[in-house]
Design a protein around this ligand. Structure first.
Ligand SMILES: *Cc1c(COP(=O)(O)O)cnc(C)c1O
Length: 422
């Protein structure tokens, strides 16, 4: 037994269990399962080092190409624990959905493979909710299915493909009048891009009301729109039938997890289009047991936070960096909080490039190539359609995905590079 590497204390505690379970066979089974489940603490090998993949300081934000976020310790521990035991996939999928629906005050929930697959599964749900026979044939045979999704022209975006995967086509509208006129017997869904709410003419409540007048469900992509925490229920309670969130962004869950929240009938239909069922559009969008558990644990963690404390922490980091750069000629700093999407403090640093002779893009490159390697927010040195008001002479520091203390490294590297060019 001791060759399995158990300590005397573990052995004694298992001996007690032996007395309770009353048999040596039961005890050796216990030993073996404990051994296989890896409960013996083992030092993890650093595969980033082994593979030669450089670790970075994320002064950008929850960007997919930078692996989004770091799971808090409680979430990492829940993922590691979940990895120790097989379960019945469906049991976990259903139980996690029921638990999340209760915590997030909606009828039903499904853990999806990111917000992107929530969009695909939500669309598939609307298509097949009353045509389960079509699940196995979308998108290549749309016979007998409605296939039009109404969307505001300004809400067309990078994630259109996630809906189009299901064989639907978009019908664009601009005014409420056009919206009303666009409904017909082929309309299956209306779609809203939450972060672009202010770019279109139709507000959320009106969008929902008109869809429901025509008995058509509406979906809202709010992938990047927490914090505030309450957004996790604001949009379902407003009346959206389906709401998508990314799990790996503000909630700091596993990067390949997300949430589809909404009406029970539609969430049931989304699940019918999802892994582990093979002949479905969602079969390749599998979320492993570790990530399903990680997503639930991340929601628990996120709900235990307060918006005030999170904002205070992020502001303090931005202030620290701004103060450290006071000596740089012409440099001014400003903290900007977007109205929606990534609604957290971003530090904007502007300076005169004729006095400090290095462009923001060059600063970003210096920080990237330095040690440790730092990634600044991609709005640095550019103008964007929505989001942070940056331009050619602005450095943008995203502080919310920094690990505690890293603001000092970012501040000192920025100071070093800017001072050298001043
Ligand atoms: C990030 C994002 C997505 C995709 O989220 P994943 O969780 O990476 O799949 C979809 N829509 C919007 C608006 C996003 O910001």
């Amino acid at each position: 037994m001791f060759q399995l590497g158990v300590t005397r204390r573990q052995f004694l505690s298992w001996s007690n269990k032996l007395l309770i379970t009353g048999g040596f066979a039961a005890q050796s089974g216990l030993l073996i399962s404990q051994e296989h489940s890896g409960s013996k603490p083992e030092k993890a090998e650093d595969y980033y080092d082994k593979l030669g993949v450089q670790k970075i300081i994320n002064a950008a934000g929850t960007y997919t190409y930078l692996t989004a976020s770091i799971m808090p310790p409680s979430v990492q521990a829940a993922v590691a624990e979940a990895a120790k035991h097989p379960v019945r996939f469906k049991d976990l999928q259903i139980a996690s959905g029921e638990y999340l629906a209760k915590r997030l005050k909606c009828e039903a929930a499904l853990v999806t493979s990111g917000a992107c697959s929530a969009l695909t599964l939500g669309t598939a749900a609307a298509l097949t909710a009353s045509h389960p026979d079509a699940i196995a044939r979308i998108p290549w045979d749309m016979t007998g299915l409605k296939n039009e999704v109404i969307v505001q022209k300004t809400h067309r975006y990078d994630y259109d493909h996630a809906l189009q995967n299901c064989g639907v086509r978009f019908v664009e509208v601009e005014t409420a009048e056009e919206y009303r006129a666009a409904f017909n017997e082929r309309t299956v869904l209306t779609h809203y891009f939450n972060a672009a709410a202010n770019t279109g003419k139709i507000r959320r409540e009106e969008w929902i009301r008109i869809a429901h007048e025509h008995n058509v469900p509406c979906m809202n992509d709010a992938a990047a729109d927490v914090p505030p925490i309450s957004n996790l229920w604001n949009y379902t309670q407003m009346g959206f039938d389906l709401v998508c969130f990314s799990g790996g962004k503000g909630m700091r869950g596993p990067q390949n997890a997300g949430l589809l929240l909404g009406r029970k009938q539609l969430i049931d239909a989304a699940r019918a289009n999802d892994s582990p069922i093979s002949e479905t559009i969602g079969r390749g969008m599998k979320v492993a047991k570790e990530q399903i558990v990680g997503m639930v644990a991340a929601v628990d963690w996120f709900l235990s936070q307060s918006d005030e404390d999170m904002q205070k922490t992020f502001h303090a980091r931005a202030d620290y960096i701004a103060k450290s750069l006071r000596g740089i000629p012409t440099l001014t700093s400003r903290i900007y909080v977007p109205e929606i999407a990534n609604q957290i403090p971003h530090l904007l640093l502007r300076y005169d490039t004729s006095k400090v002779k290095i462009s923001p893009l060059e600063v970003a490159e210096h920080l990237r190539k330095g040690t440790p390697s730092i990634e600044l927010n991609p709005a640095t040195g550019t103008r964007q359609r929505i989001g942070v008001p940056s331009d050619e002479s602005t450095i943008v520091v995203g502080v919310w995905m920094l690990q505690p203390g890293e603001e000092r490294i970012v501040a000192s590297r920025l100071h070093e590079v800017l001072a050298a060019a001043a």
